[in-house]
Design a protein around this ligand. Structure first.
Ligand SMILES: [Zn+2]
Length: 168
C-alpha cells in the first residue's frame, strides 16, 4: 500500500505495478490546493498530475481514494466529485486526463479499499453474508450531471443494518 502519492511519477507507478502496490491517492487535492500548487509551488505540469489516477488506470491497476481528515473535511461526495471532475476551487480542471468515470471513482471508495484492507469478505459491496454498511444518497451519482455530484447529500447511514445517522 502507498498512501498519498501526491506527485507520483509514471515510473514510480510502473514500479508499484511490478511490486503489487495499491496506491491510496488523494484526488481531493485538486479541489483544495490545486490552484495554489499550479500557481505558487510546483507549476502547471506537476499540478496537472497531482494524484495521477489516470496513469494508474492506464496500467489497469486499482487505486483507492482518501480525504486526509482532519486536513480536509471527510466529505465523501467532495472526494467523489474531485475524482470525477478534478475541478479546483477556481473552477479550472486540473489534469483532465486523470478524470475518472463515476463507477470507477465509487469503486475507489468502496470495493477496492475493502480489498486493500483484506476486508472484501465483509465490506465493499452489498451482498448476502457481508455487513450491511451503506448510505442512502439524495441522488444517484451515476445519473446526475457530474458537475453536481458535490451537492449530493448523505440522507442516511446504515451500519450493520442499523441506522446511525439520518439527515435532519
Ligand atoms: Zn493523504
Amino acid at each position: 500500500m502507498l498512501i498519498h502519492g501526491q506527485f507520483l511519477r509514471k515510473d514510480q507507478i510502473a514500479a508499484f505495478d511490478r511490486l503489487g502496490v495499491i496506491p491510496s491517492l488523494f484526488p481531493m487535492h485538486t479541489f483544495y490546493w490545486g490552484d495554489w500548487h499550479r500557481d505558487h509551488t510546483v507549476g502547471p505540469v506537476d499540478a496537472e498530475n497531482i494524484s495521477p489516477t489516470g496513469w494508474v488506470r492506464e496500467r489497469k491497476m486499482i487505486f483507492t481514494s482518501h480525504h486526509d481528515a482532519p486536513v480536509a473535511f471527510p466529505d465523501s461526495m467532495r472526494v467523489l466529485d474531485a475524482t470525477v471532475t478534478r475541478r479546483s476551487r477556481s473552477g479550472d480542471i486540473l489534469g483532465p486526463q486523470h478524470r475518472m468515470d463515476v463507477i470507477t471513482a465509487l469503486k475507489a471508495m468502496t470495493i477496492w479499499p475493502a480489498y486493500q484492507h483484506f476486508e472484501e469478505d465483509r465490506k465493499g459491496s452489498l451482498a448476502v453474508g457481508k455487513l450491511a454498511d451503506f448510505v442512502i444518497l439524495s441522488a444517484d451519482p451515476t445519473a446526475v450531471d457530474p458537475e453536481t455530484i458535490d451537492q449530493i447529500k448523505v440522507e442516511e447511514t446504515i451500519k450493520e443494518g442499523t441506522t446511525i445517522y439520518r439527515r435532519k
